[in-house]
Design a protein around this ligand. Structure first.
Ligand code: 5GP
Length: 210
């Protein structure tokens, strides 16, 4: 069978726990590669260049756009974020399923350019629960929490453009749901073109002058 990896886009509201889900998925199974984005925002405490992001100046980022090095990019809270193409495609060719944790605008660009990509939206069980989780973190001022909820309200209008919604109620359940649905994608015809072509070729000898 053809072993091309699947391109997986994961989005979700700020505070929904998508980072934790992805970290757990990647550590439990070895068939995943996590795309590393480029960004023009400053590194936060503990973030390393080439691990969490490739940190760029706005000029360097704009040069990457011009040189068509990104498969998608977006501006989010006045900073650029984008996915470098090289790593994603080399990992997919090596058979890895590549996870892109990106926001909504980028996700829709991917869907347009690569219809075979699978788009997953991680949602909280309810809006009230999202608010509870954001407040419960206790790390942000009320003003920031309100901004995140406003952003979530805007993003909710795009949820139906995704292929799947996963509700983050229990972490382990969510991780296994995500894993199962990604693995199902391998059976889609779009990922089995080589297998189909080989089968057609091998069966050709049975076509009697058709
Ligand atoms: P943060 O600054 O909190 O790390 O990320 C802010 C937002 O940017 C998150 O929603 C994250 O998913 C999104 N993001 C991270 N990398 C990319 C990327 O390469 N492309 C796009 N479109 N969004 C990204």
């Amino acid at each position: 069978m053809n072993q091309t990896g699947v391109m997986v886009v994961v989005s979700g509201f700020s505070g929904v726990g998508k980072g934790t889900i992805i970290k757990s998925l990647v550590s439990q199974y070895d068939n995943y590669a996590l795309s590393i984005s480029a960004t023009s925002r400053m590194p936060r405490k503990g973030e390393c260049d080439g691990v969490h992001y490739f940190f760029k100046t706005r000029e360097q980022f704009e040069q990457m756009i011009q040189e068509k090095k990104l498969i998608e990019y977006a501006q989010y809270v006045n900073n650029y974020y984008g996915t470098p193409a090289d790593y994603v495609f080399s990992q997919m060719e090596a058979g890895k399923d590549v996870i892109l944790e990106i926001e909504v605008q980028g996700a829709l660009q991917i869907k347009h350019k690569y219809p075979q990509a699978v788009l997953v939206f991680i949602a909280p069980p309810s809006a009230a629960e999202l608010e509870r989780r954001l407040v419960g973190r206790g790390t942000e001022p009320e003003e920031t929490i309100r901004e995140r909820l406003t952003q979530a309200a805007r993003e909710s209008y795009y949820m139906d453009r995704y292929d799947y919604i996963i509700v983050n109620d229990k972490l382990e359940h969510c991780v296994s749901q995500l894993h199962d649905l990604i693995q199902c994608q391998h059976d889609k015809c779009a990922y089995q073109q080589q297998f189909i072509e080989d089968m057609k070729d091998d069966l050709k000898i049975f076509l009697k002058g058709e």
